[in-house]
Write a protein that binds this ligand. Sequence first.
Ligand code: F6P
Length: 552
Amino acid sequence: MALNTKNPTETNAWKKLELHYSEMQKASMQELFQLDSSRANTFNLQWNDFLIDYSKNIINTETIQLLLELADEVGLKSAIADYFEGEVINQTENRAVLHTALRATDSAVVKVEGIDVIPEIYEVKEKIKAFTNEVTSGERTGFTGKAFTDIVNIGIGGSDLGPAMVVEALQFYKNHLNIHFVSNVDGDHVNEIIKKLNPETTLFVIVSKTFTTQETLTNSETIRKWFLSKDFGTTQEDVAKHFVAVSTNIDKVTEFGINAANVFPMWDWVGGRFSLWSAVGLTISLAVGYDNFDELLQGANEMDEHFKMEDFDKNMPVILALLSVWYNNFFGAESEALIPYTQYLQKLAPYLQQGTMESNGKSVGRDGKPVNYQTGTIIWGEPGTNAQHAFFQLIHQGTKLIPADFIGFITPLYGDNDHHDKLMSNFFAQTEALMHGKSGVQVQAEFDKQGISEEKAKFLLPFKIFSGNKPTNTILIQRLTPKTLGSLIALYEHKIFVQGIIWNIFSFDQWGVELGKQLANSILAEIDTEKVQSHDSSTAFLLNHFLRNKKN
Ligand code: F6P
């Protein structure tokens, strides 16, 4: 069944939320906490190893009630069923959206056009497992019979960000293989990677759903040329030993020289930015072993079940999505910060930038009409405590409202409690500081204690005040494991889905990346000419400056 095309602003709940917002816009969280000492008990969710405290938001029980009404009115329940059951919800590309099937159990039945896709998913999983074991054990070797020591993942966007983020996040669980990622078409980037490699012991994993992406094909060709250079004594047949591919485009892959047996298939119902659970995750499996890769999938599957089955008022992705809608559409917040208190998650924000912004950065509703409200939020962030020393000033005392998710872990992986207690003290202190702020009275009391002169105190006072009332969600997880990481990623995937349903947009296409690609191709065709004449005067002026100086 097609998703409905309800404009959220025309629902009763939206109208009630507008009225409610006029009462809440000036509400102070400090006062809300004073009024209700058990506020944290009301606004928290606990599930498996996860605790989400969302009490430090500018909400009361009525806010949540109205947001839940909004979810009901836009038909979220039936949209979730359509999502999991393989309905064609990516209508502009005429595709189902089934990354959830990739982590389903083997007893599940998920049909696409009447055919159960679970058996073929498990066939590919077996292939990933066997290949991983052959490479990590040294049974599969390069052209001189040596075991592989290095893996290079060549891909971009969803064929890079997910594997790169997870390999970084699961470093603690990593084996002996060195993992590299080449994504940008920037030749300097690929050359920096190549210079670290020994062709005898390097395996290249080309990941491209379409196998037509300029960046990935250019990088793959450059690497193949390097691999076949005379100095190494390699032959065309050796390419088959050192290059494998993940793609839906088997013909193009074999044309490149990759043995058909070394192609890991994927399906058009897996969107690039949600594909790390498929063979796109081959590099993850190679880096941390198949069992850990499978645990990642299990963690995601458990979150899928929670999302599918749990009532909306206790449903983590639903509550996070609704809070985000509250700030985006009523408070006018434009961005959200994502602050993990672990260095392992340093690539989570870039990963979720694609997930969120490629999915929900849309301005046409599912009815084909321009939307008359805000959609996708801007996602950004860095791990704490680094973030505190970089951009927290603006979150604390700037003019913009920036709701933030704080993600922390109870147990450190190396058991270093001295560091971890310091790290987590910052984690808890920041959300408290963002909520409470510091009043003029408190600042004055500090001045008095420090014996600061009246004149100096009068001058300094306004600069030292923190208004507080900055919303945060605290996501506290027991330990960073493949399983909890899988659940965490799936949590955000489903948050993206819920928001797309509410905003009445198609979250699973990405037409907005096409125009730039088309223009880049036409400019590339002209880049060897002496002088360009077409284009607007700015682009022509820039291109001609580039062409003139390139030749100098
Ligand atoms: O950026 C656009 C996009 O289509 C992404 O959605 C996708 O992840 C990326 O390009 C790479 O595409 P492919 O896997 O086909 O090379």
